[in-house]
Every structure is written in C-alpha cells, then in structure tokens.
Design a protein around this ligand. Structure first.
Ligand code: GRF
Length: 212
C-alpha cells in the first residue's frame, strides 16, 4: 500500500515540486491525495492542479474559530484517507487538535539547523538574515515531525550547508533551498518505507524496513 499524503503549502511550492519529481521518477513511492493551500494565487496551488491532485483552498481567516478550522481540516484529511501530512512552506500554524490527532504523522522542513534559528517569526528570509547576522559558519536543512511548538518536534534528518563570506540572505536561501530539494523526499521515503523508529525525541532512520 502506498502512503497517502496531503501537502499543505502557502508559497511557490518548489519543495512540493521536488517531491513530485521524485515521485515521478519512482524514488518516492507515495500518493499525493490532497493539497491544501491558503493562497489560491500561489505557485504551489498551480502545481497541485497541474498534477490533478485535489486542491482545496482553506484559510483560517475563513472560519469563525480555530476549532471550526481544525474540524474542517480533520474532516478533509480523514475524508481523503490521509496518512501523512507534509508541510512544504505552509505559513499558517496548524491547530493543536490537528497536531494531536496526527502526532508523528505531520512533517515539516525548516531552512536552518534546528534548534538554532527556529521558532516563532523564524521563517523565509528572516532565518537566513539571522544566520548571517550571527556569523554562523554553517546553516542547513532540518526535516522534523511537528509537535505543539514551532520548529520543535523530533528531528528526522538534517543536512548542513556552508555559509560563505560573501553570502547575503538571498544567496544563502538559494543554497539551502537546493539542499531542501535534495533532502525532503529522503525523510518521506523513509517514513513511507517503514524505516523510521521514534524513541522520544530521537528518530532513527534505518536502511531496511523495521519489523517488530
Ligand atoms: C522553504 O525554505 C521551507 O524550508 C520553508 O518554506 C520554504 C518553502 O519554499 N518551510 P517553497 O515554497 O517550497 O519553494
């Protein structure tokens, strides 16, 4: 059975695009059964439509309460038989009710090496500006499970990227983004292939399927 995935994204969706490419070439054996975006004009939305993936426009602002928004999200995820939720540049905070129902079944990608340069307000160019201003020599990519706190859940995979002397936020963002494209699918493939063991905060990625 292929893992049934939903992708949630707000922006251009280049990470989503990279996942679609890996799926097309057979490296990533999952099914994208649902796309949810909060911005109809975003590139990610167009990618979903181009691949005939059911695409839903849902914005928290369209609901009277967080509970109502959470109920709708859960309804859609359940209705589409979603097993894994993939955040790919999703700029809205997921309601706690969704995080709790989908514990260890929501993944996120962050453009720095957590726990450094993460948390509230650390998104987009803010992250890369902060890395450069701090004088860090390494930045990178973190793929992690989502828990109740921003950028805090158990880390599945990290990949380091060098910060160069001449970097500005744009050049660093571009180098990190290409590392994101090379990394995200690997974490998702490991989940899809049953190669992940979670022990508290520690996530072990095995080379073979875990049977116990
Ligand atoms: C990426 O840098 C990702 O780490 C962050 O949001 C950005 C999304 O980029 N969570 P894209 O829309 O996938 O190009």
């Amino acid at each position: 059975m292929t893992l049934r995935c939903a992708v949630l994204a707000s922006g251009q969706g280049s990470n989503f695009g990279a996942l679609l490419e890996r799926q097309a070439c057979g490296d990533l054996k999952v099914e994208f059964v649902l796309f949810i975006g909060n911005n109809r004009e975003a590139g990610a939305f167009a990618r979903a439509q181009a691949h005939a993936i059911p695409a839903l426009h849902l914005a928290p602002s369209g609901f009277p309460t967080e509970e109502a928004y959470a109920a709708r999200l859960l309804d859609e995820l359940d209705g589409h038989g979603v097993e894994l939720v993939i955040l790919a540049g999703y700029m809205k905070k997921l309601p706690l009710a969704v995080v709790r129902v989908f514990r260890h079944r929501i993944v996120n990608i962050h453009p720095a090496l957590l726990p450094a340069f993460g948390g509230k307000g650390m998104y987009g160019s803010h992250v890369h500006e902060a890395v450069i201003a701090y004088g860090a020599k390494l930045s990178g990519v973190t793929v992690h499970f989502v828990d109740e706190e921003y950028d805090h859940g158990p880390i599945i995979l990290q990949r380091a990227v060098e910060v160069l002397d001449g970097d500005d936020a744009n050049s660093l963002a571009a180098r990190v983004l290409s590392a994101e494209h090379a990394s995200y699918w690997q974490a998702i493939a490991a989940i899809a292939e049953g190669r992940i063991v979670i022990e508290g905060r520690r996530v072990k990625m095995k080379s073979d399927k875990v049977t116990e």
